[in-house]
Design a protein around this ligand. Structure first.
Ligand code: HEM
Length: 154
């Protein structure tokens, strides 16, 4: 990672610390109940899963002949979907090679911060846990553990 990347990360680290100091305080550790009030921390975890997705490919099997764009896919064909490519696609993401947690937040200045794209696999641009019937059942647990762990480490 170049100089800009390192700068981005240190700015991001400062912002997480600032949020935690403000919401949780200097002397206590982040707990599960604090997480809903830590939107920036949540956005950092989301952006991490986009930027360095840990499961770059998901697999499906077509149960009937179908057409995807210009490709004819025969029944029983195994299809590999590059979650990595989707989440790095510059047609879908602005500056996909930059680590920008803010892309998951809107109205940063408002009291209520709305989250853009929940991790429920309903927005096909953002699918770190897959989508549909076989979507990762551990998504909520994994997200909470990552948020608490990072929140405690910084
Ligand atoms: C950062 C952590 C994790 C990531 C990024 C992740 C990602 C994924 C992805 C992409 C899939 C495939 C989904 C699909 O085909 O649509 C999957 C499946 C699965 N994950 Fe996770 N996972 C994580 C943590 C966990 C945890 C903590 C558990 C269990 C406690 C778990 C249990 C499973 C299981 C059982 C499946 C198979 C679901 C099925 O085929 O029906 N995962 N995960």
């Amino acid at each position: 990672m170049g100089h800009d990347g390192a700068h981005q990360l240190s700015t991001c680290l400062l912002k997480i610390k600032e949020e935690i100091d403000f919401i949780v305080g200097f002397t206590r550790l982040v707990k599960e109940l604090n997480v809903p009030n830590l939107p920036y921390l949540q956005a950092v975890v989301k952006e991490t899963l986009r930027f360095h997705t840990s499961t770059p490919l998901i697999i499906r099997e077509c149960i009937q002949d179908c057409k995807i764009d210009s490709y004819d896919i025969k029944a029983n064909t195994r299809v590999m979907i590059s979650v990595f490519a989707i989440m790095q696609d510059s047609n879908l993401w602005e500056d996909p090679n930059e680590f920008i947690p803010e892309r998951f937040l809107v109205n940063l200045c408002e009291k209520t911060v709305d989250h853009v794209m929940e991790m429920k696999g309903q927005d096909f641009r953002y699918v770190p846990f897959g989508s549909g019937m076989r979507r990762c059942p551990g998504a909520a647990l994994a997200s909470m553990v990552m948020q608490i762990t990072i929140g405690r480490l910084v």
